[in-house]
Design a binder for this molecule. Structure first.
Ligand code: HXC
Ligand code: NAP
Length: 283
């Protein structure tokens, strides 16, 4: 870690989906910087494992088995965090559901499963934290973990794309509406970071996994500590003036996909010589 050990000292941070993958990486990083944690996810055994690991570093951890699609239970959980720690400073909306599928194969329940976790669940958590911050006159920070295809869209992950686009709109909307209450909104749009949850559903074959790395101009996939370093900065008081911004961390992946001529990387020097010779000459 590049920060002082007390960067997040005594901040109470709720991380949804904090027992696995990038959520757990953030939990470890924030805990090592002095934060007190509240972790939620559906599987209690996963949360128990996370608590055991974090406990070895004497990091305070509160956990609750929670499906964030249930707004009433989200509300109760946030209440209980306030009772347990006496405060909440940061909400990290990290929980997500996703899988690759041709859109025409999706059932309505499949659409709902993803959109209700990513968009509705994120909204319920934000609302539960935000209204308590506003009632108490307490400042707060919301960090949303979104994706780069929130603004480009993407085939084969369409429920996730529309839901993450909604989260992007939520980030920018509340950045303005809740700024007078000193509630900041920030977001991170990661490119590919290998996690068991994402890889098993989005890159289920070796070929797809290899391609994921090859699409990145920087030549590799992301490292967890690169994301956690950015996240720690964004939720810290040092980033107090950053509000409504989404930071992309993807080695340039989305730009490569977006540029109209990027696929020309397949041409050899000889191909380019031929193309040059075919161009119109000076009149
Ligand atoms: C088509 C599918 C499907 C699939 C499930 N369904 N998987 N349809 N293809 N692969 C359908 C089911 O048949 C069912 O519809 C409906 O979806 C709900 O399925 P359940 O299993 O009952 O849903 P649930 O238990 O709520 O699980 C939600 C889930 C699951 C999203 C389907 O994958 C999950 O729990 N995911 C959580 C973790 C996760 O997804 N992590 C990855 C995040 S990565 P019917 O009609 O049959 O009842 C990420 C990265 C983005 O977001 C960018 C990467 C670079
Ligand atoms: P992950 O390990 O599968 O994380 C998803 C987490 O969300 C799990 O802990 C899961 O726990 C929890 N979750 C899912 N549905 C939930 C629900 N209904 N209620 C409560 N918790 C729920 O995958 P990850 O790769 O770390 O993803 C973390 C975040 O990064 C996501 O927002 C994802 O979209 C984003 N992201 C990841 C990548 C990548 O390459 N990894 C790229 C771009 C964006 P339970 O199953 O126990 O509920």
């Amino acid at each position: 870690m590049i920060f002082d050990r007390d960067l997040l000292k005594d901040k109470v941070i709720l991380i949804t989906g904090g027992g696995t993958g990038l959520g757990f990486e953030m939990a470890q990083a924030f805990g090592s910087l002095g934060a007190k944690l509240a972790l939620v996810g559906r599987r209690q055994e996963v949360l128990d494992r996370a608590r055991a690991v974090l406990g070895q570093g004497n990091i305070p951890v509160w956990t609750r088995s929670l499906d964030i699609r249930d707004a009433a239970k989200v509300d109760t959980a946030v209440d209980d965090i306030f009772s347990h720690y006496g405060r909440l400073d940061v909400l990290v909306n990290n929980a997500a559901g996703n899988f690759i599928s041709p859109t025409e194969r999706l059932s309505p329940r499949a659409v709902d499963a993803v959109v209700n976790i990513v968009l509705h669940g994120t909204f319920y958590c934000t609302l539960a934290a935000g209204k308590r911050w506003i009632d108490r006159g307490h400042p707060g920070t919301v960090l949303n973990i979104t994706t780069t295809y929130a603004w480009t869209g993407s085939g084969y992950v369409v429920p996730s794309a529309v839901a993450k686009a909604g989260v992007l709109a939520l980030t920018r909307s509340l950045a303005v509406e809740w700024a007078p209450h000193h509630i900041r909104q920030v977001a991170i749009a990661p490119g590919p970071f290998p996690t068991e949850g994402a890889w098993s559903r989005l890159m289920p074959t070796e070929e797809l996994a290899t391609e994921a790395g090859q699409r990145v101009p920087w030549g590799r996939v992301g490292r967890p500590e690169e994301l956690t370093t950015l996240a720690a900065y964004l939720i810290s008081d040092a980033a107090d003036y950053i509000n409504g911004e989404v930071i992309t961390i993807d080695g340039g992946e989305w730009l490569k996909g977006a540029g109209m001529f990027n696929a020309l990387e397949r041409l050899s020097p000889e191909d380019w010589d031929k193309i040059r010779a075919m161009m119109p000459k000076k009149p």
